[in-house]
Ligand binder design. Structure first.
Ligand SMILES: Nc1ncnc2c1ncn2[C@@H]1O[C@H](COP(=O)(O)OS(=O)(=O)O)[C@@H](OP(=O)(O)O)[C@H]1O
Ligand SMILES: [Mg+2]
Ligand SMILES: [Mg+2]
Ligand SMILES: [Mg+2]
Length: 372
């Protein structure tokens, strides 16, 4: 029998996101310790944070993909680079990345993934991170990775996601989102609820969601400490199509999305609930599993959205039954390289067509009066 289309790609992507998520959980726990020196967090040129987890995840995903698919023609488009990590003054940081990576990779076989014969050296780790400098484009296969999306949420002990997608000829073929802090109770999405686990160690948060383009199915697995879960459950978007009952999510930071514009917009549609402000692509996850109905992001016009911030989330929401477009109602274009070129104003992800059409209509009505 012919092997299922993209079976190895999907399986490897899901497993490596589980492994990457376990690395993130450990690093985030360390950041919470009062004794933490914060040596695990650096500021990038644009003042956004980057951590041991961002580099560590990029290294293990890159290393595993190269082992499974061969390093020769592997194209990975990912957020982080090695510039600041390679500097002499970053030796301590590189050591911390190396420890996190080797600790995670030592457990790779528990996740059904290849494991190095001996711990990776810092040169190999820098090589793995640096290999992810592809710029994507309209032709061929490109893996797209945001090792930690919502790094701000991550350092604040809140929501974040590990996001991995595969693009072929400009189309997203599959997407995987690791959401280690995704709560069982949706109220905890926007207010932390930092408890780790319930009675007798039962898992109360953390999952991996994934979908393959055209399958009409999106799946969720629980994140279990130190291993790969046996089971997966189907995801389904919410059936709510009345704005009055809808939960609308948006980025936490004003700098990343115009809260005033979305407030005016949702008000004009009769939305009653307060916006649910959540870090990272967990907002897409919330739509896919029916915990929210709408996700909107209207960045400043000078900001260009990057493909790794959306690819995995878009395919998961669409396969779970939702709709994702720009504010003009057009599909996002993943074929133009690192950026979502030609994006019309902002991003609108919805649980269904009816709500989506209402929002697009409301954007047209509100836009003129806004100063975006
Ligand atoms: N100025 C500006 N405007 C819009 N978006 C920006 C901007 N700067 C950065 N980014 C990207 O936003 C990603 C985080 O998005 P979030 O939705 O998590 O934002 S928020 O932290 O909840 O406010 C964040 O992803 P990570 O860097 O992976 O965390 C960035 O890629
Ligand atoms: Mg991101
Ligand atoms: Mg990131
Ligand atoms: Mg970042």
């Amino acid at each position: 029998m012919a092997e299922e289309f993209l079976a190895t790609e999907m399986d490897t992507a899901v497993r490596v996101v589980h492994l990457a998520s376990s690395l993130c959980v450990k690093v985030q726990d360390k950041l919470r310790l009062p004794s933490s020196t914060n040596g695990h967090v650096k500021s990038k040129d644009d003042d956004s944070p980057v951590t041991v987890a961002d580099w560590g995840v990029q290294a293990i995903v890159s290393w595993v993909l190269a082992q499974v698919f061969g390093g020769q023609n592997l194209s990975i488009v990912a957020e982080e680079d090695t510039e600041s990590l390679s500097k002499a003054e970053s030796l301590g940081l590189l050591g911390a990345v190396s420890s996190a990576v080797n600790e995670a990779l030592s457990e790779a076989s528990t996740y059904g993934l290849p494991k190095p014969d001996k711990p990776l050296g810092t040169t190999e780790i820098l090589e793995a991170i640096g290999r992810c400098s592809s710029v994507g484009g309209p032709k061929g296969r490109h893996w797209v990775l945001d090792p930690v999306d919502g790094t701000l949420g991550f350092v604040r002990g809140d929501q974040y996601a590990v996001a991995l997608a595969l693009i072929e000829n400009g189309k997203v073929l599959l997407g995987v989102l690791g959401c280690p802090n995704y709560p069982v109770k949706k109220e905890c999405l926007s207010n932390g609820c930092n408890s780790q686990s319930g009675a007798a160690g039962s898992v109360t948060k953390g999952c991996v969601m994934y979908a393959k383009r055209g399958s009409g199915q999106a799946w969720m697995q629980p994140l279990i400490p130190g291993g790969y879960p046996e089971s997966a459950t189907l995801l389904k978007v919410s059936s709510v199509d009345d704005p009055v009952l809808a939960t609308v999510c948006e980025p936490v930071e004003r700098a990343n999305s115009n809260h005033l514009f979305t407030a005016g917009l949702t008000n004009s549609m009769g939305v009653r609930k307060q916006p649910m402000r959540v870090y990272s692509m967990v907002k897409y996850a919330a739509i896919a599993c029916g915990d929210a109905e709408v996700f909107m992001k209207f960045a400043q016009s000078s900001y260009k959205e990057k493909i790794w911030d959306h690819a995995a989330g878009v395919v998961i929401v669409e396969e779970a039954g939702g709709v994702v477009t720009d504010a003009g109602g057009r599909n996002l274009d993943f074929s133009k390289g690192v950026y979502l070129e030609g994006l019309d104003r902002g991003i609108i992800a919805c649980s269904g067509q009816v709500l989506h059409e209402k929002i697009i209509g409301a954007v047209y009505a509100s836009w003129e009066s806004s100063s975006l």
